[in-house]
Design a protein around this ligand. Structure first.
Ligand SMILES: [Zn+2]
Length: 102
């Protein structure tokens, strides 16, 4: 994702803009992996392989989103990892509960 795209991207749910960008890997002006966070509804949008995934909740994959959070949780804000929408590692899924009790 070109970093300057941040100026035009908005949360698909509430149109909040700009979104908060957190970068994990980047090449020059291109964000390779990272996350966009909507400060209004606390939704997060993964950036993977340079592509920001800006989908409404109904088209998102909980499994993929939770895997993303688990992979990057050390670099993500805690309120996104455990309280982000539409789901988070604190959502009470079986997988998340197992991790908490280990
Ligand atoms: Zn939002």
């Amino acid at each position: 994702m070109q970093r300057k795209l941040l100026d035009i991207l908005a949360c698909p749910v509430d149109k909040q803009s700009p979104l908060q960008l957190r970068e994990f890997e980047s090449k020059g002006e291109v964000v390779v992996s990272g996350v966009l966070v909507c400060t209004k509804c606390n939704r997060y949008y993964p950036i993977t392989d340079e592509i920001p995934v800006m989908l409404p909740d109904s088209l998102r994959s909980m499994k993929e989103d939770l895997a993303f959070l688990a992979r990057w949780k050390d670099g993500l804000p805690q309120d996104v990892v455990y309280g982000g929408k539409p789901w988070s590692l604190g959502s009470g899924t079986g997988e998340a509960k197992e991790k908490v009790t280990q």
